[in-house]
Design a protein around this ligand. Structure first.
Ligand code: C5P
Length: 219
């Protein structure tokens, strides 16, 4: 049923949010269901690839036939990604927190007379940019995502250059679109060759289409 388009290929996918602890019971995180990233991992596995999925905490189940590494923080996600290279392809669909909390508390912060605690933030590593610029271990094809609420395609073109990846899959995540957390997606594939506007489709269908494009690029 599934043509083995990616047989013999190793594919790494990131998915879901990262969560950045404030203390042992509190965190900051991004909104991400993991649905699109998990669908890509599942579609790559169905196409015969050996797939490593590095995922933040999500409600969706681990896809079958995929090696899943569960992580929480961005730094753990980067470490897990680096540990599983080299691969032929890497698809970075995770919504990584741009910042983490400086000076994570070892004990639960208590309410009290000393008042409301302030949070100071420090920048997280950019996993996509780091891997795109890896001297030895850069996958042949590196695909990033861009979730935007305005100027979707121009922002995605800038992002492709800034991050040093090959493709950006851009989508409009304005609340009105229902894409965030939903089962459908409308994406634009931005590459050095230009921009393709894909028709709205299920996240599973977008994943299959992306896998077919990836197979074409590797052939
Ligand atoms: O800069 P922005 O977060 O919009 O970029 C989105 C792309 O970069 C996604 O592919 C996301 O997985 C990746 N990213 C990352 N590490 C970060 C921030 C974003 O891998 N710290």
């Amino acid at each position: 049923e599934h043509p083995q388009l990616l047989k013999g290929r190793r594919v790494l996918v990131t998915s879901g949010p990262t969560v950045e602890p404030i203390d042992p019971v509190r965190y900051i995180a991004n909104r991400s269901s993991g649905k699109q990233g998990h669908a890509i991992a599942a579609a790559a596995a169905a196409a015969g690839a050996e797939v490593i999925l590095v995922s933040g905490p999500v409600q969706v189940p681990d896809p079958r036939g995929v090696t899943v590494i569960h992580v929480e923080r961005a730094r753990d996600m980067l470490a897990a990604v680096e540990e599983h290279l080299p691969t032929d392809v890497a698809v970075f669909a995770a919504a990584v927190a741009d910042w983490r909390v400086a000076g994570e508390a070892e004990q639960k912060i208590k309410k009290g007379p000393s008042g409301t605690p302030g949070l100071s933030l420090v920048e997280n590593p950019d996993i996509l940019a780091t891997i795109s610029r890896h001297k030895m271990l850069r996958p042949r094809l590196v695909v990033g995502f861009a979730a935007e609420t305005e100027n979707v395609v121009p922002n995605a073109k800038d992002k492709r250059i800034r991050k040093g990846c090959d493709w950006i899959v851009a989508n409009d995540v304005s609340p009105a679109t229902g894409i965030m957390g939903g089962d459908a997606n409308t994406v634009h594939l931005v590459s050095a060759e230009g921009v393709e506007d894909w028709p709205s489709a299920s996240k599973a269908e977008v994943a299959r289409r992306l896998v077919a494009r990836i197979a074409g690029a590797l052939a």
